[in-house]
Design a protein around this ligand. Structure first.
Ligand code: ATP
Ligand code: MG
Length: 475
């Protein structure tokens, strides 16, 4: 194997805590096969960081000096992906080991012309399972230049392979730039990452402002790692976030959708919300949400969002599924409520008014975050179902149980009822109905219908309770 690069501090196996028993057997297989074929093989990024702090890594990423085509030749179960930069995905059942060839650094080069039009926006947002790839925002460009920046200093093109010495400098934070060498199980640290991990500190590699200008999404990544790992963002990076936050507005909306899911659907959503707000990033990522909360401080809607995010975090921890539809219904609750309440009160329960409010909120959102259509439709359905859940009409209500969005809408009703934004007795009725045997369901539906014919209970317009600072959407 190659001798350690002189630039790195090489920490031998005896002096660090990562043992092979903590590493995915499939990742080890990939690393050993690379090594046996005469290539370098390193674990890199979040997995090394997580192992050092005793967390189970989300996935294991491999870096190598083998070219993507060479990786492909080594593994039958391998696919090359990526339009701009080729990455190898090696498949083992449901586990994917991502193998990236070392790339050259992304330091700005002199004399390069702005080429902003090389950054066309993508269409539909990526799926949750989209591979974690650098600069996913940049479309394929076939140019010869290895490195091109736009007028804000953002990287538009970056297509030169390099050595591990080059590769390290393009990484975002020192904690994410540690390499575990399969040749001798040592850790290579070029940037003081080990010390930063130990101190639970997020330090940008290089000048923070330059690095955030190159790729403003790194600011969201800082917020995400701070929330997820309970790391402190170091002061120079904090200062750079303050001065660069607005640049996030120029990031492609499809990529911001992807990042939003990583922030809020990975088990630390409530904490992400707090961190984003305190860094001033929520105001750029979700301006309508921030505007609602700053206009209505300590509102019931904010409590609803926080409770919803906490519930979502608990679901993730329990290994249950979570959906972007529910998340965006929570995030947009304030803006949707505000749009509905701008109408005269007699229209607050109209389906048309509710759908218009949803559409307006989603349109505003999409200036920053591209919500794929199927999720946008889901959000509309969740809100349109609220008055139907609050005023069930006899046996016809039973059909709502089969509605594909029933469960999400019911969860939202529970949250609302818990805060006095909907009648708690109706939420309880739906809970009872779902638990009931089929024969009993009809009886419950008849009872609610009878109640409504006497003009009592279920079919009355839900009371609207004025609470200071809290908007209560009709939905
Ligand atoms: P996670 O636990 O969320 O997987 P991670 O650190 O592995 O965290 P990834 O998004 O999987 O994050 O990226 C893998 C590695 O690639 C990072 O650790 C970092 O070194 C590098 N990286 C990813 N995105 C960027 C970026 N936008 N700028 C610089 N480096 C990046
Ligand atoms: Mg990762």
């Amino acid at each position: 194997m190659d001798a350690p690069a002189p630039l790195a501090r090489v920490v031998p196996r005896a002096d660090h805590s990562i043992s092979r028993s903590q590493i995915s057997p499939n990742a080890l297989r990939v690393l050993y096969r690379l090594k046996d074929a005469g290539f370098q093989g390193f674990l890199v990024g979040g997995c090394v960081r997580d192992l050092l702090i005793g967390r189970a890594p989300k996935d294991f990423d491999v870096a190598t000096n083998a070219l993507p085509e060479e990786v492909k030749r080594l593994f039958r179960n391998c696919r090359l992906i990526g339009r701009r930069f080729r990455l190898a995905h090696v498949f083992f059942g449901s586990e994917i080991i991502e193998v990236a060839t070392f790339r050259a650094a992304s330091a700005p080069a002199q004399g390069e012309e702005p080429l902003a039009d090389l950054d066309p926006e993508e269409g539909e947002g990526p799926e949750l399972s989209e591979p974690d790839e650098f600069d996913a925002d940049v479309a394929d460009t076939q140019g010869e230049d290895s490195h091109v920046l736009d007028e804000h200093g953002r990287i538009l093109r970056d297509n030169a392979y390099g050595t591990i010495d080059d590769d390290v400098w393009r990484r975002d934070f020192s904690a994410n730039a540690l390499y575990y060498n399969i040749a001798d199980f040592s850790i290579w640290d070029y940037v003081g990452g080990l010390e930063d991990v130990r101190a639970r500190r997020l330090r940008v590699i290089g000048d923070p402002e330059t690095r955030f200008r190159e790729d403003p999404v790194r600011m969201l990544r800082a917020a995400r790692f701070a929330a997820k790992l309970d790391f402190a963002i170091d002061p120079p990076a904090l200062a750079a976030i303050r001065s660069c936050a607005n640049l996030l507005a120029s990031a492609p909306p499809a990529r911001l959708f992807d990042e939003t899911l990583k922030l809020f659907l990975a088990g630390h959503g409530a904490q992400s919300f707090a961190v984003l707000r305190s860094l001033g990033l929520l105001a750029v990522l979700l301006p309508s949400v921030e505007a609602y909360f700053s206009k209505h401080p300590a509102s019931l809607v904010e409590q609803l969002l926080l409770r919803g995010l906490e519930n979502t975090d608990a679901r993730v921890r329990e290994g249950r599924s979570v959906t972007p539809t529910y998340l965006f219904a929570l995030l947009l609750y304030g803006p949707i409520a505000a749009a509905i309440e701008a109408l005269p009160p007699n229209r607050w329960h109209e389906a048309g008014a509710i759908l218009d409010a949803c559409d307006a909120a989603i349109r505003e959102l999409s200036a920053r975050v591209a919500l794929p259509r199927r999720f946008a439709l889901g959000v509309r359905e969740m809100f349109a179902l609220q008055p139907r859940l609050e005023q069930p009409r006899g046996r016809r209500a039973l059909r709502l149980l089969e509605h594909p969005r029933f469960r999400a809408a019911y969860d939202l009703l529970l949250l609302r009822a818990g805060l006095g934004l909907a009648a708690p007795e109706m939420a309880a009725w739906w809970t009872q109905l779902q638990a009931a045997a089929p024969e009993e369901r009809g009886r419950l539906a008849d009872a609610v219908a009878a109640g409504s014919s006497r003009g009592a209970g279920a079919s009355r317009r839900p009371r609207r309770r004025r609470r200071s600072g809290g908007a209560k959407p009709a939905a």
